[in-house]
Design a protein around this ligand. Structure first.
Ligand code: HAS
Ligand code: CU
Length: 577
């Protein structure tokens, strides 16, 4: 008898499938725009006007960093909670309700951004995915964001309700690991989205509606980054969940340590939020001391990822040795490299190790001055969210889509080629971006070639860097197309009896070895809140003290830029004045 997820939870499988397809659609559109940008910036192919570059960049950032990732996440967490508690969601109407809210939010945001290039839509939202003042979008953009975020809050409530229902039937049992991961992640999501919700509802939305004349830009930046760092772990945690509960099994073994995995997720709950100021090392108006505190917290926050590297690789080694692998490194050969699900996730992990190093460099207050606002940062986040997360999700889809549809993957070999092409493409693109940042090539700009000025790399040339970025971006687009083709063809196929059972990895050291206090979610949430209060009360108070809630009278930019750089310079001067 087949025992796939769709056989166990047919109704939930439908929601997850819908969430995955929403995610893939965002990936398809957002990813294609990435190619447009890369070719424009590198001057290989320019089919848009420079101002449209910022509309495209906003769509790329929002659709990939927010829509693609979070729709996939709600699917994965719904799978993790229901599978590990072995029970369905409490009320499917509620579930469809939050899913619909996320969809409506995305459509509003998408249409308001599209208005930037389509004259028939009287809106624009060329504000990038970081949407803080003084850039000002149409109010619909903020309303869409609010709907989307409230949708995710309700999704979290859905997982909590399901867990509480399970808890009353199983009062003495430990929280199963995947549910523990989903709940701790949801808790820090609630904590961090509070900042951005306050910023939108109290400042940005009234400002875009003309109810207040101005806002304090530094305040909106700080509230954005209060959320904007934690959100990166919101993207990462579902990938980590898959590395912990799927990779060991795919490797043929067991998870090395369940207690260590719990410690890791507790650390993310504690430290994801009080670190956001590491995105603002160069912001004037925040005292160095507060930046130093954020840096210290960030360095502590490396620990859970280092623990993850250890635990996940140890579990893979255990699996490889079960499969007959031997030697110090020889066991690597015994891993199932022909399986696209395994190989995609393992390569994503490998790239994340490199991403961790560039993250450490970003996090150092003094060395950050070298790389801030350069292409280095873009290289960093294409390894993190663009590979550790995106490649893990794509690889996971090769396992999940059969689980939630009951259909066999259309072409496994193509899946393997796809994950390899992503790895190679990203190696070219992100390495070149990192290098170029070191000699000052800026990010977020359509035309990085300036008159009477040439970038001077210590090794190589700007032409070679651009060629690598264009080549990398092209390979990534090919990989993306192969992925989507495989998904569409799989969905068009018929039902199959060959779907593997819906299970996840067992553990070498199980929850019984973990101190009970680790499952005390109230305690960790309380400590996380206290840490946030410590890290943010004084900086926020001094920002408001210096600039007021509604700011020192700065006008917003409706970014329908009419003129060239002179206009921009003039505007920047006004802001500074
Ligand atoms: Fe970051 C900027 C610091 C992680 C995303 N980051 C960004 C931006 C994004 C982003 C999008 O401190 C740009 C935002 C913007 O638009 O301005 N980041 C860090 C640090 C970490 C880090 C310290 N970032 C991430 C993750 C992201 C992400 C995760 C998305 C998912 N980042 C920064 C800073 C900035 C920044 C500054 C601001 C820079 C500026 O000036 O603007 C750490 O969490 C990284 C820890 C990671 C490790 C690696 C552990 C290795 C593992 C691999 C195991 C291997 C396996 C495979 C499983 C220590 C877990 C084995 C395979 C075999 C075959 C054996
Ligand atoms: Cu960060």
């Amino acid at each position: 008898m087949r025992n796939a997820y769709v056989d166990q939870f047919p109704a939930e499988a439908k929601v997850i499938k819908a969430a995955f397809w929403s995610s893939f659609l965002a990936l398809a559109i957002g990813g294609s725009l990435g190619l447009l940008q890369a070719l424009h910036r590198t001057d290989v192919l320019r089919i848009m006007e420079a101002p449209d570059y910022y509309t495209v960049l906003t769509a790329h950032g929002v659709l990939l960093a927010i829509t693609f990732t979070i729709f996939f996440l709600v699917g994965i967490f719904t799978w993790g909670v229901t599978t590990s508690l072995d029970r369905g969601l409490v009320d499917l109407r509620f579930t469809w309700g939050w899913y619909a809210m996320m969809v409506v939010g995305t459509v509003l945001v998408g249409v308001s951004i599209l208005g930037g290039v389509v004259d028939a839509i009287p809106m624009n939202a060329d504000v990038l995915f970081t949407f803080y003042a003084p850039l000002q979008p149409h109010p619909a953009f903020y309303v869409g964001l609010v709907l989307f975020v409230v949708g995710t809050w309700l999704a979290g409530a859905d997982w909590f309700r399901t867990w509480l229902a399970w808890r009353s039937d199983n009062p003495d049992e430990r929280i199963p690991l995947p549910t523990f991961m989903a709940l701790t992640t949801t808790l820090f999501w609630y904590l961090c989205t509070l900042g951005v919700a306050l910023s939108i509802l109290l400042l940005l939305l009234p400002w875009s509606l003309g109810i207040v004349d101005s806002v304090n830009p530094l305040l909106t930046r700080t509230l954005f980054w209060y959320f904007g760092h934690a959100v990166v772990y919101f993207w990462l945690m579902p990938a980590y969940m898959l590395w912990y509960v799927m990779l060991p099994k795919l490797s043929g073994g067991k998870l090395f340590s369940d207690p260590l995995a719990r410690v890791v997720f507790v650390l993310f709950l504690l430290l994801s939020t009080p670190t956001g100021i590491h995105h603002q090392y160069l912001d004037p108006g925040i005292a160095e001391g507060y930046k130093f505190i954020a840096m210290t917290n960030t360095m502590f926050l490396l620990l859970p990822s280092l623990l993850t590297a250890f635990t996940v690789v140890a579990s893979m080694e255990h699996g490889a040795r079960q499969r007959g692998g031997t030697g110090y490194l020889g066991w690597l050969k015994a891993l199932p490299w022909r399986d696209p699900v395994f190989t995609g996730m393992a390569l994503a992990g490998l790239m994340f190790a490199a991403a961790g190093f560039s993250g450490m460099i970003n996090a150092g207050m003094n060395i950050n001055y070298l790389v801030h606002n350069t292409w280095w940062i873009v290289g960093h986040f294409h390894l993190t969210v663009g590979t550790a997360v995106a490649l893990t999700f794509m690889a996971a889809a090769y396992w999940f889509i059969p689980q939630v549809t009951g259909k066999e993957l259309w072409n496994r070999s193509l899946g393997l080629v796809q994950v390899l092409v992503w790895f190679v493409g990203m190696t070219f693109m992100s390495n070149a971006m990192h290098r170029s940042g070191l000699f000052g090539v800026p990010r977020r700009t359509a035309e990085p070639q300036y008159e009477n000025f040439a970038f001077e790399p210590a090794a190589g040339s700007m032409g070679e860097i651009n060629a690598q970025v264009a080549l990398g971006a092209t390979l990534l687009t090919v990989s993306l197309a192969l992925f989507l083709l495989n998904m569409v063809m799989t969905s068009l196929g018929g039902s199959s009896d060959e779907i593997p059972d819906n299970t996840y990895a067992e553990t070498l050291s199980g929850p019984e070895d973990a101190p009970v206090v680790l499952d005390n979610l109230k305690l960790w949430t309380a400590i996380a809140t206290v840490l946030v209060i410590f890290a943010y009360t004084l900086p926020l108070a001094s920002i408001i003290d210096a600039g007021g809630l509604f700011g020192p009278g700065i006008d917003g930019f409706q970014l329908a830029i009419e003129a060239g750089p002179a206009f921009v310079l003039e505007s920047v001067r006004e802001v500074i004045a």
